[in-house]
Design a protein around this ligand. Structure first.
Ligand code: CMP
Length: 147
């Protein structure tokens, strides 16, 4: 089993896409082990995106992700880091395949609706910005036996 950190950006919440997006994870058999609606602080955004500091899109990105509530979660499944990135599609919605979340609902790279960790190392770094370990619930999900 593997875990990854995912968050739905403010435009996903504003557009009422939270249920649609979470449905896609659930129907794939991915288990949610932590979930919350929060308003990301500037400090959290700067920590999450520290590798992009200085890039042309950095300031717009920080303003955008701190501009409204987000839904943060940790999900679990075998090879879930790669799986989630397939479900959400390429960072650039123009290149995101049809049937992916960004391919169906996003138009621009800054407002690409959703973020997911791209490696185990980044999962370990990213989830700690938003969750404490006691907010992660370990439980048995029957559906994973049949998928
Ligand atoms: P995300 O998966 O949250 O990780 C970094 C974010 O930076 C990315 O999604 C985009 O929203 C944003 N981003 C990456 N590259 C660009 C770019 N070239 N122009 C604007 N925003 C970008």
């Amino acid at each position: 089993m593997e875990r990854t950190f995912v968050y739905l950006k403010p435009n996903a919440v504003r557009r009422g896409l939270v249920g649609e997006i979470i449905k896609r994870f659930e129907q794939r058999g991915i288990k949610i082990v932590a979930l919350k609606l929060i308003w990301m602080s500037k400090q959290q955004a700067e920590k999450l995106y520290e590798m992009h500091k200085g890039k042309s899109f950095y300031n717009d990105l920080i303003d955008f992700v701190t501009g409204g509530p987000i839904v943060a979660m940790i999900v679990e499944a075998p090879r879930v880091i790669e799986m989630v990135r397939h479900i959400i599609g390429d960072t650039d919605p123009l290149k995101a395949g049809t049937g992916t979340i960004r391919g169906e609902f996003a138009l621009t790279i800054t407002k690409n609706l959703i973020h997911a960790s791209d490696s185990k190392e980044n999962f370990e770094r990213e989830y700690k910005i938003f969750f404490s370990d006691d907010e992660i619930i370990d439980y048995y999900l029957d559906v994973q036996d049949d998928i």
